[in-house]
Each structure stands twice: as C-alpha cells, then as structure tokens.
Design a binder for this molecule. Structure first.
Ligand code: NAD
Ligand code: TYD
Length: 351
C-alpha cells in the first residue's frame, strides 16, 4: 500500500540507517526525511539513497512550531518515526536548554501537528517515538531494565528524553493518538558522530592520539549494532500494539575499559601495529559528572512478541565498524574539520 512516512533526524547516525532501510525495503512508501542539520546531521550519510524516487529531504528545525505546522498543512503523513534529538550526554551537561528545546518542545510540536492532521481519524496511522534506555537511570551490578522499570533519569539528556516519552504516552491516553515507543541501548556502527565513545576512540587510535576514558573505565553499557536497531524499528513500526513500549538491546554488556582493549586489539591488527601498541594510548581522564554506572536492557518482550533478535555478535560488529571508519576517511575528515574540532578542544581541555 502507498504510504507517506516522515522520519525526523534522518541525517543523523541512527536516523540515516532507518531512512536507508525504509527507502530500499519499501519502494512503495514515500519517505520524507526531516532534519535541521545541526552539528550532528550530515547528508553525506545518505548519498546512496539521495536520488531514489521515493526519498525526499526537508530542512526544518522541530522547535519551529510554525514551520512544522506549515509542513503538516502541505503534506499528509501516514506515519511519523521520530528520531530527531540532541543525543550527547556530555553536551547536555554543558547546555541543558538545547535538550529541553529539541527533545521536549520539538516532540510536542510534532505530536500536536500529527494530532491536528489526523483529527481523530487514526486508522493505519502511527506516531513512533524513538527513545533510550537511559530514561531508566543507572543499575548496580545486578538486574536489567524492563518496560515496567520506573523512570529515573539522571542527566539532562536522559531527563529530556524521559519527559518526551511521558508526553508521547500522555497523547495516547488523552487524545488516543496512535503512539508506540521504543527504548534502546547504546548503538554503534557506521556514520556515528565522533563525539561518542567508539568512533572517537577509533579516530584517536588511528591518529595516535590519547583515548580518553572517563574515571576508571568501569562503567558498563549494553551495545547494539545500529543496523539491528534499524531492523527493530522496522518491525516495531509495522507490528507493534499501539500505546506499547518495547525495549531494544544487544544482551551485550561491556565495561568501557574492556571494550576499548578489544577495539585496540582490532585496530592493531587492521593497522599492522605490534600487539599492545594501540592500548598504550589509553588515558584515564576526569569522570563525567553524574556518570551512570551500568545500563542493561531486557528485550525479551520484543523478541517474544515481534520475533526480533540481534543479528551480529559484538566482535564481528566491532570489526565491521572499524573497517567502515578506515575505509571512509573522507567522511571523518569532513566532520573533524568543522564544529567538532572546537567541541573537542573545549570538552577535553581540562581532563
Ligand atoms: P544523532 O545526534 O546522531 O542525530 C540526531 C539528528 O537529529 C541529527 O541529524 C540532527 O541534525 C537532528 N536534529 C537535532 N536537533 C534537531 C532539531 N531541533 N530539529 C530537527 N532535527 C534535529 O543521534 P542518534 O544517535 O542518531 O540518535 C537518534 C535518536 O535515537 C535520538 O532520539 C536518541 O535519543 C535515540 N537513541 C540513541 C542511541 C544511541 O546510542 N545513539 C540509543 C538509544 C536511543
Ligand atoms: P557515550 O558514547 O557518550 O554514550 P552514553 O553516555 O550515552 O552511554 O559513552 C559511552 C560510555 O563511554 C559512557 O560510559 C561514557 C564513556 N566515555 C568515555 O569514557 N570517554 C569518552 O571520551 C566518551 C565520549 C565516553
């Protein structure tokens, strides 16, 4: 069936993988990619789909209520997959308001626009909000986040995402808006902006620069290959029960320091360095304020109800990721010659 789907944040890391999957898998869907092209948005991520007949791009900031309303007056959407967000915890510590504006107000602008456009005719309509496991807070050594774990966000980033999740739920209960939410663990893979741990470390190892590890590197994250997240988003968009939340994760917990040692081993091999050479770059720096100790996500509901499971083992995914960054030097150079350089100098100056 012909459908028009608005994907927000499609020029970013995860969004670009979702856009690619939907454009290629559903030639009968019209995919509209809406993105403000902030420092994290990069149309280089989508050169392979840019010319496809079922793809279009529109530059709008979701905090601009009038522009969002105008778009929804001009175009009718069957579905919205909402990924646009400020996404980096460290930036949220230095500039919380940017996160409040985009993640909370921007989300409400989209919810209102969808509500007004659909005007109670919700058949075959979907508002799918992409969120994070960070809304659940921080775990001790035991346990996992399930869909019923109470929200306990602890950074401005996770608090703004938690607020947006709550508002999406409120629109389901108050206005019957046909919403779905998913909360995913840490993603890794091609096209991730090099402020995040894995691409930052790959880039620094390659350039023989220190690899900054916050605190003692004992914090634990659950890592999922971005393509597996995109597959989960596809399954959830098409099959989820309305009003439901699904956790998405890799069942793949690593301390930061073990992960970086694994990455150093792979990089030694790929760069023809002696074993142990890259690990010499590991540098412990001042910890992140309020650094959550551990995230672990139970995705059994998604596996049981919708049949999704991760496709890749972490070592294989990490190696593919390293291969991608080494083969796409120009992508990285285009980023590191811009905004990222001044961010990097500020962020790591005193550490
Ligand atoms: P990203 O920072 O790489 O991309 C965000 C995109 O949103 C960029 O293209 C940016 O230009 C766009 N954007 C930002 N502000 C905007 C605005 N005001 N208007 C329009 N566009 C705007 O982020 P990501 O890592 O791809 O994350 C995408 C979504 O997935 C986010 O909602 C994030 O909270 C969620 N998420 C991310 C992870 C992860 O590990 N990266 C894990 C779970 C959930
Ligand atoms: P990050 O990629 O920023 O994701 P998140 O904070 O959303 O989990 O960080 C992943 C982990 O790596 C987190 O525990 C913080 C840590 N980290 C470092 O040790 N050094 C760094 O330079 C960065 C960016 C992150």
């Amino acid at each position: 069936m012909k459908k028009k789907i608005l994907i927000t944040g499609g020029a970013g890391f995860i969004g670009s993988h979702v856009v690619r999957l939907f454009v290629n898998k559903y030639p009968n869907y019209e995919i509209v990619n809406l993105d403000a092209l902030t420092y994290a948005g990069n149309l280089d991520n989508l050169t392979d789909v840019a010319q496809k007949p079922n793809y279009s791009f529109i530059k709008i900031d979701i905090t601009n209520e009038a522009a969002i309303n105008q778009l929804f007056e001009k175009q009718q959407f069957d579905g919205i997959v909402h990924l646009a967000a400020e996404s980096h915890v460290d930036r949220s510590i230095t500039d919380p308001l940017a996160f409040i504006r985009t993640n909370i107000i921007g989300t409400v602008n989209l919810l209102n626009a969808a509500k007004n456009q659909w005007n109670g005719n919700f058949e075959d309509k979907r508002f799918y909000h992409i969120s994070t496991d960070e809304v659940y807070g921080s775990l001790g050594k035991e346990g996992m986040f399930t869909e019923t774990t109470s929200y306990d966000p602890r950074s401005p980033y996770s608090s703004s995402k938690a607020s947006s999740d709550m508002l999406v739920r409120a629109y389901f209960h108050t206005y019957n808006l046909p919403v779905v939410i998913s909360n995913c663990s840490n993603n890794y893979g091609a096209n991730q902006f090099p402020e995040k741990l894995i691409p930052l470390a790959i880039n620094n190892i390659k350039n023989n620069k220190p690899i900054p590890i916050y605190g003692k590197g004992e914090n634990i994250r659950d890592w999922l290959w971005v393509n597996d997240h995109a597959r989960a988003i596809d399954v959830i968009y098409h099959q989820a029960k309305l009003g439901e939340t699904y956790n998405i994760g890799g069942i793949n917990e690593w301390t930061n320091i073990d992960l970086i040692h694994k990455l150093c081993e792979i990089m030694d091999k790929k760069l023809g360095r002696a074993s142990g050479e890259s690990a010499k770059l590991i540098t412990f720096v001042t910890d992140r304020a309020g650094h959550d100790l551990r995230y672990a996500i139970d995705s059994s509901k998604l596996q049981r109800e919708l049949g999704w499971k991760p496709s890749l083992q972490f070592e294989e995914g990490l190696e593919k990721t390293v291969d991608w960054y080494l083969a796409n030097e120009q992508w990285m150079n285009n980023i590191t010659s811009g905004d990222y350089l001044s961010y990097y100098e500020k962020q790591y100056k005193n550490r």
